[in-house]
Ligand binder design. Structure first.
Ligand code: MSP
Length: 564
């Protein structure tokens, strides 16, 4: 799952990033299970269910709707459509898109609240506290003091509020949560830095968890009327965060979809870790539901060295992303493309570490290194040599999977490909999509190294010379060796292409079509990636002349204009 996004505004890079990370993960998992095309064709035993959506009952949605002369519902409709469009453009293969204003969600939320009221986990009381208006959350007294009564996020003054209110007995679950997070088997908080962050707030000497408000009052002010009503007490509505968290369960809480609970992973940004690693699992414990297997908290993108802000002019909204993808970094007018942008975001993003800077210079650098000079160049070199020396017919390695270039150690591509595949699978177990994708680049690097050592183009020239001199036996032996080398290269590139495809589905499809190796649906990755296997490049098959995948960026071409 991804977080569900507030619809007070249009999508930006942060939203696209969270959904992209989930998409790469979903595509990888489908590939592992044998659904390489993702999305459209689903087999019954396919375990992947990828959920995204929008969080619509926030007060800031009411505010920005009013500022735009729209009702909250109209404004939500407009922006939810923008999110759907943005995610379609970025190529997200989500299986469902939940809007919290949909009856299928609202009805379930009411039922969950009723269950929690019946069990006594939700009760009525009165609340006074420091409220962060921008984040729509109360801070503990300690946290408020620590931040000098200002929002730690937007630095606006906190507001002191008292209100009758429904509470959730969070305190009751502190010990259970602490145990679960420490044990990290049924419920993992990842990466470890985020886990430590949560543990630090759960373990003594941290102040004991207080029960948390789960409602907001409803008054005559229309601004307070947006949201799901507390069952049996229409003077209160469900706090937007509680409403939102329930989306993960409400969507799959049907007869056909129940098998998808518990979620494998909730991918989130670091700012919403507390809600996901503490409040949400406590609610689930109270409901007697299983906990998600993992919460993975990513860092944030900053832009050109600073926190994104509209006034600084470094804000990367969806239109800016469109412009970057449409920009051609060379004079040949081949645009950078969505796949290159996906690649950059997925491999260079703040996945598990510190906040990461988005800069055009870095985008171009990575594009050249990994794609134009990496995968793209290697695939086209290999394809062109097969075209030139073997008329585009895949040469026969006669069972060989390894070759030892003169004066070097052996390149055993069966072993190298296996190592890359295993590396990717291991990385995915920790949700490291960046490290998983880099396995493909590593493999391409091995092919490049092999080409540098074997110099097939020099070999081809020598072969022609030997043949011209009349030594046809030797020429034939050289041709066989050349064929074996090129087969090893091509087959390794094919396997590398599988490992980068979750980030670059369009471009890898283009390669697979030209090489005639489109992965058939229903074959698991382990079989697809078996070197020289029945799903591999077949000796004797014809490969077509390929178009260019990625055109090298020319440093003389000016970068696209600044974000705003
Ligand atoms: N609606 C809540 C989430 C509810 S989930 C049950 C929310 N929405 S949000 O639209 O404000 O943010 C959604 C996600 O985008 C969060 O995970 C947040 O961390 C992420 N990002 C927002 N800005 C970001 C960056 N600049 N970089 C990366 N991700 C960022 O919070």
């Amino acid at each position: 799952t991804t977080p569900i996004y507030y619809v007070n505004d249009r999508p930006h890079i942060g939203h696209c990033y969270a959904t992209l990370v989930a998409d790469v993960l979903a595509r990888f998992q489908r590939l592992i299970r044998g659904e390489p095309m993702g999305g459209a064709a689903f087999s019954l035993d396919n375990d992947v269910f990828f959920l995204t959506g929008t969080d619509e009952h926030a007060d800031k949605v009411v505010t920005s709707a009013a500022a735009n002369n729209a009702t909250p519902q109209q404004w939500s409709d407009i922006n939810a459509a923008e999110f759907k469009k943005a995610f379609a453009w970025i190529g997200a293969t989500s299986d469902d898109f939940i809007r919290t204003t949909e009856p299928r969600h609202k009805d379930k939320v009411v039922a969950y609240i009723e269950r929690l009221m019946a069990s006594g986990d939700i009760y009525k009381g009165e609340f006074t506290g420091w409220y962060d208006v921008g984040q729509e959350e109360y801070l503990t007294d300690n946290a408020a003091r620590e931040h000098e009564f200002k929002s730690p996020i937007n630095k606006q003054p906190l507001v002191k509020r008292t209100e009758p209110c429904y509470f959730f007995r969070l305190g009751k679950y502190q010990e259970a949560l602490l145990g679960l997070i420490q044990k990290a088997d049924r419920f993992r908080v990842l990466p470890d830095s985020r886990r430590q962050e949560v543990l630090g707030r759960l373990k003594p000497p941290a102040e004991p968890l207080r029960d948390v408000p789960v409602s907001r009052p409803v008054t005559d002010d229309p601004a307070t009327q947006w949201g799901i009503r507390i069952p049996g007490d229409p003077a209160h509505r469900v706090y937007v965060w509680i409403d939102a968290l329930f989306n993960y369960l409400s969507v799959v809480d049907t007869a056909e979809r129940r098998k998808f609970w518990p979620a494998s992973v909730h991918l989130i940004g670091k700012d919403i870790l507390w809600f996901h690693a503490v409040i949400w699992p406590a609610l689930l414990l109270a409901l007697g539901e299983e906990l998600p297997r993992a919460i993975f908290g990513t860092g944030w993108w900053i832009s050109e060295g600073q926190k994104m802000s509209k006034s600084l002019g470094n804000f990367i909204d969806i239109d800016t992303l469109h412009r970057y993808a449409a920009w051609s970094p060379n004079k040949d007018a081949l645009p950078l493309g969505v796949d290159a942008l996906r690649w950059f975001l997925a491999t260079q993003g703040p996945l598990s570490g510190a906040d990461t800077d988005f800069s055009i210079a870095k985008l171009v650098e990575v594009y050249n290194a990994d794609l134009a000079n990496g995968v793209g160049n290697c695939a086209s070199r290999v394809g062109n040599m097969i075209e030139k020396y073997f008329d585009g017919v895949v040469p026969d390695p006669r069972g060989a999977t390894a070759h030892t270039p003169a004066g070097h150690t052996v390149f055993d591509f069966a072993v190298l490909c296996d190592r890359a595949l295993q590396g990717a699978i291991d990385a995915l177990a920790e949700f490291r999509i960046d490290a998983a994708l880099q396995q493909g680049i590593w493999l391409v690097g091995q092919v490049d190294l092999f080409i540098n050592h074997t110099r097939p183009f020099t070999m081809a020239k020598e072969m022609d010379k030997v043949r011209a001199e009349g030594d046809s036996t030797r020429a034939a032996a050289m041709r066989e060796e050349l064929g074996r080398i090129l087969y090893l290269c091509a087959e390794a590139v094919r396997i590398a292409s599988l490992l980068v495809a979750p980030a670059m589905p369009e471009k890898m499809n283009q390669l697979w079509r030209t090489w005639g190796c489109l992965p058939p649906t229903g074959v698991a990755l382990a079989d697809l990636a078996a070197f020289g296997g029945s799903n591999g490049l077949q000796p004797g098959a014809q490969i077509a002349k390929g178009g260019i995948l990625f055109m090298r960026a020319d440093p003389k071409v000016p970068p696209p204009s600044s974000p705003v």
